[in-house]
Write a protein that binds this ligand. Structure first.
Ligand code: NAD
Length: 260
């Protein structure tokens, strides 16, 4: 059990990649707080973890709401008396070219990824510095932390920004033995990706099959989507890593879609 007796907070963990990480962390012995906008879905995830013998709690949390983030962290600390690992995972996508993108849509994507990651970071660091036992922050970046694709400007901008936040935490957190790393997945079949297949097909005037074959999988080494298990494996590895040899790093897990 690589995360035995650790306490973890995972945002956006009611579904998709966050849920896969929550379930895997619990199997590795961690107590897991499943934070999400969607409390009912978070509770379903928690129930599943408990039925498998794991420890979990659900938190209603909009990561762009400072009071909700602070209250969520406070209630998990009150229950489990500490916080060791955070995965800032909550995220949304918006498919549209820049010239017609509404300012409100730009701000919404930036807010969920960057304001959300900042608020979770600040609350976590206050707790981790207080308890003086080190800690680990993981940010859910993307191959779009490294490169750009058309129609995704706010997402690409936010994902590049997370790299800066991660590196800043690595620098400032080192004195307190807090590490920070960025996970950069390729395309993973979650609701976030399933929604954008028809949207991209329409915006680019190509078929859904072409979006999958010519965009999402074209440059992979094996024609495979990145899986939930792939990303959960990377998250466990980074969370359990024993020293600051791995801090301020970004790990691309994309079946070769992007090679850095
Ligand atoms: P998803 O849509 O399946 O799940 C996202 C979860 O975040 C949902 O449960 C949603 O309710 C929650 N959420 C959304 N806004 C929130 C908010 N303001 N506060 C709290 N929770 C909120 O998406 P996913 O594919 O699992 O994506 C998870 C993360 O992985 C995102 O940051 C995404 O950008 C990143 N990512 C996904 C892929 C992919 O191919 N799926 C690739 C690279 C990076």
């Amino acid at each position: 059990m690589q995360l035995f007796d650790k306490t973890a907070l995972i945002t956006g963990a009611a579904g998709g990649i966050g849920r896969a990480i929550a379930e895997r962390f619990a199997r590795e012995g961690a107590r897991v707080a499943v934070a999400d906008l969607d409390l009912a879905a978070a509770e379903t995830t928690v129930e599943k973890i408990r039925q498998s013998g794991g420890q979990a709690m659900a938190l209603a949390m909009d990561v762009t709401d400072e009071a909700a983030v602070d209250a969520g962290v406070a209630s998990l600390v009150a229950r489990w008396d500490g916080l060791d690992v955070v995965v800032a995972n909550a995220g949304i996508q918006h498919i549209e070219p820049l010239h017609s993108l509404a300012f409100a849509d730009w701000r919404k994507v930036i807010a969920v990824h960057l304001d959300g990651a900042f608020l979770v970071t600040a609350a976590a660091l206050r707790q981790m510095y207080r308890q003086e036992q080190g800690g680990c922050l993981l940010y859910m970046g993307s191959v779009h932390s490294k490169l750009a694709s058309p129609l995704k400007a706010p997402y690409v901008t936010a994902k590049h920004g997370l790299l800066g936040l991660c590196r800043s935490v690595a620098r400032e957190g080192a004195a307190h033995r807090v590490r920070a790393n960025l996970i950069c997945p390729g395309f993973v079949r979650t609701p976030l990706v399933d929604r954008q297949i028809p949207e991209q097909a329409e915006a680019l005037g190509i078929s859904e099959e072409a979006v999958i074959g010519d965009i999402m999988l074209k440059d992979t080494v094996d024609g495979e989507f990145t899986t939930l298990e792939d990303i959960a494996e990377v998250a466990v590895h980074l969370a359990a890593f024993p020293s600051a040899a791995l801090t301020g790093q970004s790990v691309v897990a994309s079946h070769g879609w992007h090679m850095q």
